[in-house]
Each structure stands twice: as structure tokens, then as C-alpha cells.
Design a binder for this molecule. Structure first.
Ligand code: FES
Length: 143
């Protein structure tokens, strides 16, 4: 049911932890399953120098956050904003359909952390126009 990649990231998640005085922090949750994901970013000149996460959730959410942190580390915030949950699923070699929403949490946690970074530094990201993670608008999750 789960790919080797999912199992690997679940058993040995990368970048677990917290960053003190992080440049941006994003926490999102899924109302239905109650799972919570928190992402911390260390940003310098719009480059994500470091990223850590804490996920209180299912294995797929842990694997999604782990692979997502690897995908954005060393990238610019704009490159990170372009990462969709679909890209996260692809990086994991696929997720079962009922677990797609777990990857949506990863996309939203990254966006929320960058939104926080933007707020703290008076930067508005065009990519985040209309983004509102607190709303239950997971209509793109079944893609
Ligand atoms: Fe909800 Fe995985 S079951 S995040």
C-alpha cells in the first residue's frame, strides 16, 4: 500500500525539530483527522537556509513533511511557494487516495510559514494572494 519512499521517510524522517527564533513558522491542521503540522524556516536573503518540522499526525503526514522539507531546503522562498501537494506526492512515489490530504498539509504548512516570514519582514508574496489555510478549502486534494 505504501511506497518504499513513504516508509523510509516515515521511519527516518529528515529535519525533525524546531528552530529557535525562526524567520517563519507555519502551523496547519486538518479538521477531519485532527492531525497537525508545524514548519520552521530559517531564511536569509529569501533563501531557505534551514527547515525543521514537527508533525503530530499519521505516517503519511510525517513522510510528506519530511520529503517537503528536503524539497525546500536551500531553495528560494519563491521556489518553495511553487511546491504543490502533488509534487510532494510525486516525490514520495505516490500516496493512497485517502491519504492525499496529508500531503496538502505539507504544502499549506510551507505556505503558512512563508506567509509568516513575509509578515515579519513586510514582504507580500504574489503567490500567496487569496491563500487562507484556516479555511476548509481542500478542494484540490483529490487531484
Ligand atoms: Fe490526516 Fe494523514 S490522516 S494528515
Amino acid at each position: 500500500m505504501y511506497t518504499e519512499k513513504v516508509m523510509d521517510h516515515f521511519m527516518n524522517p529528515r529535519n525533525v525539530g524546531e528552530i529557535e527564533n525562526a524567520a517563519g513558522v507555519g502551523q496547519v491542521g486538518n479538521a477531519k483527522c485532527g492531525d497537525i503540522m508545524k514548519i520552521y524556516l530559517d531564511v536569509e536573503d529569501e533563501i531557505i537556509k534551514d527547515v525543521k518540522f514537527k508533525t503530530f499526525g499519521c505516517g503519511s503526514a510525517i513522510a510528506s513533511s519530511s520529503v517537503a522539507t528536503e524539497m525546500i531546503k536551500g531553495k528560494t522562498v519563491h521556489e518553495a511557494l511553487a511546491i504543490t501537494n502533488k509534487a510532494v506526492v510525486e516525490a514520495l512515489g505516490g500516496l493512497p487516495p485517502v491519504k492525499i490530504h496529508c500531503s496538502v498539509l505539507a504544502e499549506e504548512a510551507i505556505k503558512t510559514a512563508i506567509l509568516d516570514y513575509g509578515k515579519k519582514n513586510n514582504i507580500t508574496f504574489k503567490e500567496l494572494e487569496g491563500f487562507n489555510p484556516t479555511e476548509d478549502h481542500h478542494d484540490h486534494e483529490e487531484e
